[in-house]
Design a protein around this ligand. Structure first.
Ligand code: COI
Length: 364
């Protein structure tokens, strides 16, 4: 178990975090047994400003609306990035966060691609910590629930010319959440629209990637699917990811997932699943998977399991895959050995029940 000693004051311009507490908590209004994803926010939020090439003005304030210039480039041109991670409680009522340093690293990968300043580790971690200390009671302890943590950064100049902003805002908000997908998901392979291309921003967690994916996903939702499986932007021949999660398959006895590139998000849950599978001695392949191979495997019953892996989605069983007007059903969820096992083990690790073999758990 990792407990990092953070010294924000030393590393980030000797400033203190000012804390303004809410005068009235909203926690009693929340039905923790029945939490929708992303609609209920905890009492406070963390904010930091980047001005004159420095991070400063660190503050925790009551969650709420905030004034923003109508000329901010984040609104006009989408210079904005985000992360998603989750906090859980163990049986001692301590707050545990799953792999926050991996999110911090990925946020800086996104920041570089989007011409945004790097976030010091201390700022990312202490922003999250200061919030979790205040809003610790918002971390649900019910199985299947957690506190979703959403760090994000956006361009904050008052300028609508096209150039990278000079000013930025970094914030963290949190919300108690239940399952992102409440049932096994129905996905359709997308072979017309494109989410990301080589040389593009698909690997970054940039807001615009998600905005551009809404319309094709909406068309699929009108046909009864929950989500798409994106294919490569050049030929639409190879499986990429699902937009809300990476995708993985058990083909025969091998865990197979598309290899990473410019157009696929470097999922932290994806990495956790691959690490666990390798640790368990399973055969793992990160490689190109053609649509043809997948459909052929589905027809011949070689694809034993299919699932999405993501922070919000956790391990989301795929019920069926649609392609060219036909739905290919996967075996029943209760027969899926690997995805059920990995879901259970990851959940146990996140709640401090299983050993933290890979040093993934950060105690607040
Ligand atoms: C996450 O899994 O954290 C994401 O950002 C995906 C989004 C669909 C909520």
């Amino acid at each position: 178990m990792r407990s990092i000693n953070i010294n924000l004051y030393k590393m980030v311009d000797l400033e203190k975090i000012t804390i303004q507490k809410t005068s009235k908590t909203r926690i009693n209004e929340v039905d923790f047994a029945n939490i929708p994803f992303g609609k209920v926010y905890s009492d406070h939020m963390f904010i930091a400003d980047y001005k004159n090439k420095q991070w400063g003005n660190f503050r925790v304030v009551p969650y709420g609306y905030m004034p923003i210039s109508p000329a901010t480039p984040a609104i006009h041109y989408g210079q904005s990035i985000f992360e998603g991670l989750k906090a859980y409680k163990n049986d001692k009522n301590e707050a545990l966060v799953f792999r926050p340093l991996a999110n911090w690293k990925r946020m800086n990968v996104s920041a570089e691609r989007m011409c945004m300043p790097a976030l010091p580790e201390e700022l990312f971690m202490e922003g999250m910590n200061s919030l979790l200390e205040l809003d610790r009671d918002w971390i649900p302890s019910t199985e299947g629930s957690s506190l979703y943590i959403r760090p994000f950064m956006f361009a904050a100049d008052e300028y609508i010319g096209i150039r990278p902003s000079d000013n930025f805002t970094f914030m963290v908000i949190t919300c108690p959440v239940g399952a992102y997908y409440s049932t096994p998901v129905k996905v359709r392979i997308e072979t017309h629209y494109t989410r990301a291309v080589e040389g593009g921003t698909g690997f970054a967690k940039a807001g615009g990637n998600y905005a551009g994916a809404l319309y094709p996903a909406k068309l699929a939702q009108e046909e009864g699917y929950h989500q798409l499986i994106w294919t490569d932007g050049k030929e639409h021949k190879y499986i990429e990811e699902s937009g809300t999660m990476n995708v993985m398959f058990i083909i025969d006895d091998t865990l197979v997932t598309p290899s990473l590139g410019d157009s696929i998000l470097r999922g932290i849950t994806r990495d956790s699943v691959l690490t666990l599978a390798r640790h368990w001695g399973m055969k793992v392949e990160e490689r190109r998977i053609s649509v043809e191979e997948l459909i052929d495997g589905l027809k011949k019953g070689k694809v034993k399991e299919a699932f999405g892996a993501g922070t919000a989605a956790t391990i989301a069983h795929i019920e069926l895959i649609g392609h060219e007007g036909h739905d290919y059903y996967l075996p029943p969820v209760e027969k899926r050995e690997f995805s059920n096992k990995v879901l259970k083990e990851l959940d146990a690790m996140k709640r401090g029940i299983s050993a933290d073999t890979f040093d993934w758990i950060y105690k607040v």
